[in-house]
Each structure stands twice: as C-alpha cells, then as structure tokens.
Design a protein around this ligand. Structure first.
Ligand code: SF4
Length: 344
C-alpha cells in the first residue's frame, strides 16, 4: 500500500493508493491490515505513527530517511520530560500534554504516560476540550494543557475556543523553567511549546491585505499553523482536509487564496478548473522535507521490494510504540471532526 500525504508532488501522488492528512493516513495504516508493506510518502514522524498503529507483520517504508519535519525536530523527548518535571514543581494544577502528531514516537509515548493524547490540525479542538473535561466525565481533567510542539496551532485553537492571550504562555525549552515565572504559569491555561512550521510562517498579514486589494471577492482560507495575525484576517481556517472539503463544496466561479503548502494548493487548482484557486503568497510555500520523497526514491524503494529487499524500514522500539499507541488511539477515539472555522 502506498500512502501519499497531501503535500507530496503530483509525480509521487499519482502512485498513491490513498492520499490524506496525518489523521487520515494514520487511520488508514491501522485499518489496512492486509497490506504487508506500507510505503509512506510523507515525513518520518508519519511513518513512525504508521508503524506504531500497524501490526508487527507489516513493514513501514520511508523512501528517503532524511524526510523529517522541521517542526517535529523542535521538541526532543528529554526536553519534554524536563518541562513536565519543572511545571509540576511550579504548579499544583494537573498538567496534561496534548501533542500534535508532528512529533517523534518518543514524545507521543511521554504524552500517554502523562495522561495526554495526540492531536492533528483536524481534531485539535476536540482534543483540547477532552483534556479539560473532568476525568469523571471521560476527559483528562487538565488544569493546564502543555501543547507540543506548534504554538501557532495551539494559540489559534485556544482563541477559537474563546480564550485570550492572557490564557497562554510560551514555554521555551532552551531556558530554565521554560523562561516563565510561577505567576505566569499560574495564570496560563495553556503552556505553548516554542515550535512552528516554517512553511506556514511564510504567510503574512500583508499577503491577505494585498490579495483583497486586488480582488475583494476572493475568499482567504488558511491552515491554523499560520501566525495568529494571518488567521485573524482570513475568511476561514482549517486543516488540509478541511480546506479540501471547503473548496470542493464551493460552487463554480468561486475564488480562493489558500495559505498552506503549494503542492496541495496547486493540485486543488487542477482538480477544480471551474474555480480560481491560488497560493496566498506570490512565493512558493514548499516543504523541502516532503520534497525529499521524490520519484527516484519511491521507485528505488519499490524496486527493492520487488526484488525481495525491504529498505528504509521505520521501526519504533516496542516499549515506546506501546505507549505512543495509547496517545494515538486516544486521539482516534475522540471522534468529532469539525469543518473549517468560519471567521467572517
Ligand atoms: S509542512 Fe511544516 S509541519 Fe508539515 S512536514 Fe513540512 S515542516 Fe513539518
């Protein structure tokens, strides 16, 4: 089975049996029990999740092992352990980690052991709501959420839930106690890990303003990994799956400026020639890590499989996988997924 993330190039995606975002691909990997080999055209943390969720008889293959994720690299397991220890020394409130799937399996395992769950950009709000729900009502009973590793996704989601900047504080893993004082921790409902996706940081408020000036009728939809100021100005925000649904449901003649990775946006434009769809900025917003999975590497991996050789297998240590599975399964069990959040 070949899985293709939405940010892959057309050259690779044409060979994918299934395409999707992280949540959808994780669920597919778990459901396709008859696939002996799962060739994951995505980045390393996604292949790890597929290995964690699939059976031991299935091999997960990443055509290029150097396809990592810059955001996932911003949180390391020892730093997350230390953050939990430091936070517990600074407050009596129950700290529950909510970890974006863009993270290593080791961090997902720590999350499970601390009573937390994973999330994707599709279901992060549902997971936050679950985290704050009392344990007697099936939630995690969090007094505070430690949101790892993307501060923008967490901030935008907290704001959509009605929280304000007074309700969060940035946890800087490079400073003692995250660079925070006890009163700052006491006040915050959300501790936001200092991490971000460089692709979505390319989008600026000036892009939204310029495009609206050119065409006041255009609708702007952005990914919640974008800075808060960009999300504020957009007409809607949502995960890649939510963006795809919003554009696909729009009538012919609709005009969109989309703030997310260029491969996805350009493919949407090809799939909907009756609409006008473009990237929000004039510069390409490409994930260079995703681009490392190119056609030669995919063909190399498949040729080796055809010759009985399994190359670039991604395997997670069994004990880590067992705990990471708990965090991923909690996420999958928190079902409700919303459509793109309308702002205007
Ligand atoms: S687009 Fe950003 S978050 Fe997604 S894989 Fe690339 S670096 Fe990571």
């Amino acid at each position: 089975m070949i899985l293709g993330h939405h940010y892959q190039s057309d050259a690779v995606i044409q060979f994918a049996d299934f395409t999707g975002d992280s949540l959808k691909l994780s669920q597919l990997a778990a459901a396709q029990t008859r696939a002996r080999y799962i060739v994951f055209c995505g980045v390393h943390f996604m292949a790890e999740s597929a290995d964690v969720l699939s059976s031991p008889e299935q091999a997960v293959i990443l055509p290029t092992l150097s396809a990592g994720c810059a955001m996932a690299d911003m949180a390391e397991a020892p730093d997350v352990e230390l953050a939990l220890t430091e936070l517990r020394a600074m407050t009596d409130a129950r700290i529950v980690p909510v970890t974006y799937v863009n993270s290593t399996a080791a961090i997902k395992a720590i999350t499970a052991r601390a009573g937390g769950a994973c999330c994707t950009s599709s279901n992060v709000r549902n997971v936050f709501e679950w985290a704050f729900r009392p344990q007697a009502e099936g939630g995690a009973g969090a007094g505070k959420i430690l949101a790892i590793p993307d501060r923008h996704l967490a901030m935008n989601t907290a704001e959509a839930m009605g929280y304000t900047p007074d309700d969060w504080a940035i946890w800087n893993p490079h400073e003692p106690d995250g660079g925070l004082t006890r009163p700052q921790v006491a006040r915050a409902k959300f501790l936001l890990w200092l991490g971000q996706c460089y692709v979505h940081q390319l989008f600026k408020p000036a892009h939204v303003e310029a495009i609206r000036k050119q065409d006041p009728a255009i609708r702007v939809i952005v990914h919640p990994e974008c800075p808060r100021e960009v999300v504020h100005l957009a007409d809607a925000s949502g995960s890649t799956e939510q963006i795809i649904r919003a554009v696909s449901a729009a009538p012919a003649g609709s005009k969109w400026a989309v703030g997310t990775e260029s491969n996805l946006v350009n493919r949407l434009a090809k799939q909907h020639p009756d609409q006008s769809i473009r990237v929000l900025s004039n510069a390409a917003a490409l994930c260079v890590q995703m681009a490392r999975i190119d056609l030669p590497h995919l063909l190399w991996a498949l040729d080796n499989l055809a010759n009985g050789r399994v190359v670039n297998r991604v395997r997670v240590d069994a004990a880590v996988a067992a705990d990471a599975r708990v965090a991923l399964q909690r996420m999958i069990d928190i079902k409700a997924v919303r459509d793109a959040t309308e702002r205007r």
